[in-house]
Design a binder for this molecule. Structure first.
Ligand code: GLN
Length: 495
């Protein structure tokens, strides 16, 4: 037994494709791995708070089904068969409470699975729990969770980034090899960067949003958080699908997301938009980024500075469009149909709705609802919402034009490393600035990945690779080529 625990503990920091080899050689079973994952979460998550709930019982059932499949019964196993996975708690899981880290949804048990959850189950993956997040995915630090902040495993006085802080911290802390996050303005890539793991937002529409608790529907996209780029491609191959239940779902014009992994970047044209090296960028982030640029150049890529002047408008556009959509999406939480309800002593539906929303939504969510309602109101709609949509089109065109000259763009993922818990809580604008490098990508619906590219003050730095629409394979190719000659993705916190 002692042997088994020490043997499996070597697995805590392995990527899924290496764990999979051990499953295939029967060095370990999925049931052992799942037990080990759940014990590790209970042993260390008290310090991190990345996991809101573990689902031991259903996970062990899925694990034994995966073990049977790996031993030849049932459908052919795939890369994720038997692999433990954490799912951000804004994705619906049938029979398992799904809260979006909001008090207003506490006690809500969805009667259906999100499409991504069905896809994972079909692939034989083992869902081990639900990851913490900023309430309704609104935030960049995970401090806006109703269930307490997530701590960065590299330094527990610091934030993990947000809003997928739980999934990113869990992968970084060796609690699981793979997690799913959602990204509306950077919520996969920014926490991946701050926690030293890989995170990708696919092209808008490639992954079904069915069953994802909506924040801003024209921007939201689900994607993987993993230890390396190969795993990221493997997860995308499972979760990307055309889904008639999501009207914005598209059919990918290609099949295998990993098709270009291993291809060199020699001869590729990469652009560095100077607006992303903003004034406030930390010197350590700039240095790590510049070294990554040199690395790609030494592999034969042609790298040139370029300019995307509308980048500077992206934050303003986002903070009109995202809250506007949020104000409409969140109007369904009225204390009647789902989750919590404040009704004691109240007589009218309007009163119940008012009290439930007033008492159960957190401050950041209320701030977004107010901004969004204002931007959509008669008299302001043209000045704010309509104008923001027009600028959105221009931003998209600016990217299209840049991709006439470049195969991909490279930038830092975040202007800073993980900041201290509490540092930006009193200043929403400073918090919003944390997303300056990630937001334009959502506005234009493009694919982008963050891969670890160095350390500054003992904390991880991320390199972002942005591709044209449906350039997901190119983005993975560039990130993979970079990863092959560096070791940053292999370093992990001392937990
Ligand atoms: N931090 C951004 C926000 O608060 C992005 C969040 C996200 O991508 N879900 O809106």
């Amino acid at each position: 037994m002692v042997n088994r625990v020490s043997r499996s503990s070597e697995n805590h920091y392995l990527p899924a494709h290496e764990i999979r080899k051990k499953l295939d050689s029967r060095e370990i079973s999925s049931s052992e791995l799942t037990n080990d994952t759940i014990s590790r979460i209970s042993a260390i998550d008290g310090e991190i708070n990345a996991v809101l709930k573990t689902t031991a019982e259903t996970a062990l059932e899925s694990a034994s089904a995966a073990d049977r499949r790996l031993r030849g019964s049932g459908p052919e196993p795939g890369p994720l068969t038997g692999i433990p996975i954490l799912v951000k708690d804004n994705m619906s899981t049938a029979g398992i409470e799904t809260t979006a880290a909001s008090r207003i949804l506490s006690g809500y048990v969805p009667p259906f699975d999100a499409e991504v959850v069905s896809r994972l189950n079909e692939a034989g993956a083992v869902i081990v729990g639900k990851g913490n997040l900023d309430e309704f995915a609104m935030g960049s630090s995970n401090e806006h969770s109703a269930f307490g902040p997530v701590k960065n495993p590299w330094d527990t006085n610091r934030v993990p980034g947000g809003s997928s802080g739980g999934p990113a911290a869990a992968v970084a802390a060796g609690e699981c090899a793979v997690a799913l996050g959602s990204d509306t303005g950077g919520s996969i890539r920014q926490p991946a960067a701050l926690c030293g793991v890989v995170g990708m937002k696919p092209t808008y529409g490639l992954v079904s949003r069915y069953g994802l608790i909506a924040f801003a529907s024209s921007l939201d996209q689900i994607g993987p958080i993993t230890r390396d780029v190969r795993d990221c491609a493997d997860v995308l191959n499972v979760i990307a699908s055309h889904d008639s239940k999501d009207s914005t779902s598209v059919k990918a014009p290609f099949k295998d997301f990993g098709a270009k992994l291993g291809e060199s970047v020699d001869g590729m044209r990469l652009g560095v938009p100077k607006e992303y090296l903003v004034d406030g960028i930390e010197p350590g982030v700039r240095t790590a980024f510049e070294e990554a640029v040199e690395e790609l150049r030494s592999q034969g890529a042609t790298i040139e500075e370029t300019s995307l002047p509308l980048t500077n408008q992206a934050l303003a556009v986002y903070y009109i469009i995202a809250p506007s959509e949020a104000s409409a999406n969140l109007s369904r939480y009225d204390g009647m149909k789902y989750g919590a309800s404040v009704a004691d002593g109240l007589t009218t539906a309007a009163e119940v709705s008012q009290h439930t929303r007033g008492e159960m939504f957190g401050d950041e969510v209320k701030r977004r609802i107010l901004i969004g309602t204002y931007a959509l109101s008669a008299g302001y709609y043209d000045a704010y919402y309509k104008k923001a949509q027009q600028v959105r089109t221009l931003i998209r065109q600016e990217f299209i034009e840049a991709f006439g000259r470049f195969d991909a763009l490279i930038t830092p993922t975040s202007p800073s490393v993980a900041f201290e818990i509490g540092a930006k809580m009193d200043d929403p604008l400073q918090m919003y600035l944390a997303d300056i490098c990630t937001i334009p990508v959502n506005i234009a619906g493009l694919p982008a990945i963050s891969v670890p590219c160095g350390m500054s003050e003992g904390l991880p730095v991320g390199l972002q690779v942005i591709g044209p629409q449906f350039g997901d394979r190119t983005v993975l190719q560039v990130a993979h080529a970079y990863e092959q000659v560096t070791n940053w993705h292999r370093s992990h916190p001392p937990l």
